[in-house]
Design a protein around this ligand. Structure first.
Ligand SMILES: [Zn+2]
Ligand SMILES: [Zn+2]
Length: 236
């Protein structure tokens, strides 16, 4: 297990456990994802920007709408525009290749679709993130202190719990996986059931018969539900 993956995993789990104890509940994998995203966006507009290998990749993949939006907020308009100039030049070349002869327009469409669907930053994040999820499964398998850290998590968002579970299923023995599901899975199941109750309470409060009942912490249940379903929007 490489430390470049295990160290950030341990740090994110520790930070989320500590936050959780002070009432701030963030999925540790969302925290990791956000850190990777911040590192990659800073790198691409900084040290990596002029590297020829990187330029080839950004030319081919471009950026998804979300990451292009983030890059525009970073106050580095010239480096960003230089990269876009080069990317647009690449697209322009692909167009020309498709136009002559006209029959190869179909392959140009295919190529253009791969460009418009691509994102250099998403690809980089996904490579590291998938390694980190796997590292988390291996840490759970081999490190009792990491099991304790897992037990101190408030919850995982749905997407990341699903990926953690899938990695654990591949990496752990049958017996270990049963234990993983009995502990990590049971805590997650409890969280989902409690969240479901809060969402129900929120809905019930709009029925005049229950309007005077206390909120009991359900006021922000829709936001918590959205965070669980689509990932915590964590600011680091
Ligand atoms: Zn998450
Ligand atoms: Zn992206």
């Amino acid at each position: 297990m490489e430390q470049i993956y295990t160290i950030p995993v341990n740090e994110a789990f520790e930070a989320s456990a500590a936050d959780s104890e002070s009432g701030k509940h963030i999925c540790p994998f969302c925290r990791l994802f956000k850190k990777l995203e911040r590192d990659e966006t800073e790198l691409i507009l900084g040290a990596s920007m002029m590297e020829p290998d990187t330029r080839v990749k950004t030319n081919e993949s471009g950026f998804c709408p979300e990451h292009l939006g983030i890059l525009f907020t970073m106050g580095k308009r010239l480096p960003l525009t230089l990269m876009l100039e080069s990317h647009l030049g690449y697209i322009s070349e692909q167009m020309k290749q498709g136009l002559f002869p006209a029959k190869s327009g179909a392959s140009a469409a295919k190529k253009l679709k791969s460009i418009s669907d691509g994102c250099y930053i998403c690809d980089r994040i996904e490579h590291n993130f998938s390694m980190m999820i796997e590292a988390a499964a291996l840490l759970w398998q081999n490190d009792s202190s990491f099991r304790e850290k897992c037990a101190r998590q408030h919850h995982f968002c749905l997407e990341h719990f699903t990926r953690f579970l899938a990695a654990a299923q591949v990496r752990l023995s049958k017996k270990e996986f049963a234990e993983f599901y009995r502990t990590v899975g049971a805590a997650e199941a409890d969280y989902i059931a409690a969240l479901n109750e809060d969402v129900s309470r929120f809905c019930k409060k709009f029925d005049y018969r229950y309007a005077d009942e206390p909120w009991e912490g359900a006021k922000d249940a829709p936001e918590r539900c959205a965070a669980f379903l689509s990932g915590d929007k964590v600011e680091l």
